[in-house]
Ligand binder design. Structure first.
Ligand code: MRU
Length: 367
């Protein structure tokens, strides 16, 4: 996506790879919208830490980061022993997979890289194949988001008011985004619409990241408090909901997404507002059989008890908001049942949640 900073417009990907320095390059998302900065990780451990600490976040973006991280780890190996190399790759894989548990994209991405590097006969060949596979994952992520945009734009009519939750924009992917892709495509088609961004406490990805992206893209939008959506729906001020996902079960159509998504889906159903989920194929989990089995990340209570912001002097600071001697519970995601979802926007078309399994060949079901 294009970013305009101090009057200069430049194209950026959220995640890329610097082969010369064997480094994964990431937009430092914790600083946005106040500062735009690119960082580079020096090894796979630092890459895993960047995922865990949410320097990079969003399902597709952490998928691509893990794919590059695996290639980075493989490329750093010195020696000729293929058995030792395989053990090293297994350690790198596990370190990156453990960084964040709910999104399935990192695991799908790394399985893909591992499978594509295995035919290599020498270590150098495997290292080469690993990086090529990671690059291909990143490029496919972009292609998938573009296709989602084309299918999803048909849902947007002139004058619509659209609600989105958290950030499933280009910052959550390599480029373009999923929930935002139909909006960007509709904008290109000349349609006029307005977006409400849920603030998305506790980390406020809607207020900080989605709002920043939409402002960069000159899409009409406003931030609303997480609790405001029901009121707006009741008054007829929301026509359509589009969100992303961190894991969609291919067998049941259940959707894990940022905490608060389930609440919005219940509200949308009550008010008969179409509720869509936009995903690339890497977000589909073909194995799990029950949404209840999706690992839900529990994050530190400090995220709920206070908030990060920037002072007048430009310093990033954490402020305690909550009662000083109260604790907090902080589940990062929830699971929305299939019956609350109108459709899943995928790179192969828009399907009912229950149709995913039937469409598995088109949706990249691994053979
Ligand atoms: O915790 P995050 O910011 O990594 O959560 C991911 C999200 O932003 C959302 O849940 C999003 O809708 C899915 S990621 C494309």
């Amino acid at each position: 996506m294009n970013v305009t900073l101090r009057g200069r417009t430049e194209h950026f990907r959220t995640v890329s790879f610097d082969a010369k320095n064997n480094s994964v390059r990431l937009i430092e998302q914790r600083l946005l919208p106040h500062e735009f900065k690119i960082i580079g990780t020096k090894d796979f451990c630092e890459t895993a830490k960047a995922i865990a600490d949410m320097v990079v976040r969003g399902a597709g973006a952490i998928g691509a980061t893990a794919a590059y991280g695996l290639a980075q780890g493989a490329l750093a190996f010195r020696g000729r022993d293929l058995k030792k190399f395989s053990r090293h790759v297994a350690t790198v894989y596990q370190t990156l997979a453990d960084a964040r548990p709910t999104a399935v994209d990192p695991v799908n991405a790394m399985n893909d890289v591992r499978q594509k590097m295995t035919p290599g006969k020498t270590m150098a060949e495997r290292q080469f194949l690993a990086l090529a596979a990671a690059e291909e994952f990143a490029n496919e992520d972009v292609r998938h988001c573009e296709a989602i945009g084309q299918y999803g734009a048909k849902l947007i009519r002139n004058g619509m008011k659209i609600l989105t939750h958290c950030n499933a924009g280009w910052l959550a992917f390599v480029d373009v985004g999923t929930a935002t892709a139909p909006m960007y495509a509709a904008q290109t088609q000349g349609k006029k619409f307005h977006v409400f961004c849920d603030e998305t406490r506790p980390r406020s990805q809607g207020a900080s990241l989605t709002a920043w992206e939409l402002a960069q893209q000159k899409v009409s939008h406003q931030i609303i408090a997480d609790n405001a959506a029901g009121h707006l729906m009741q008054r007829g001020e929301i026509d359509l909901v589009i969100v992303g996902s961190d894991r969609v079960l291919g067998r049941t159509g259940e959707v894990a997404n940022k905490i608060g998504t389930y609440t919005k889906a219940v509200l949308a159903a009550r008010h008969k507002i179409p509720f869509y989920v936009a995903i690339p194929c890497s977000t589909i989990d073909w194995n799990l059989r029950r949404g209840f089995d999706i690992p839900i990340e529990e994050r530190h209570e400090s995220e709920v008890l206070g908030a990060w912001g920037v002072t007048k002097t430009g310093h990033r600071e954490y402020l305690r908001v909550a009662n000083p001697n109260s604790g907090a519970r902080n589940p990062g995601f929830d699971v929305t049942p299939a019956e609350l979802i109108t459709g899943i926007i995928t790179p192969a078309g828009i399907f009912k949640p229950g149709e995913l399994w039937q469409q598995r060949r088109e949706l990249g079901y691994p053979i």
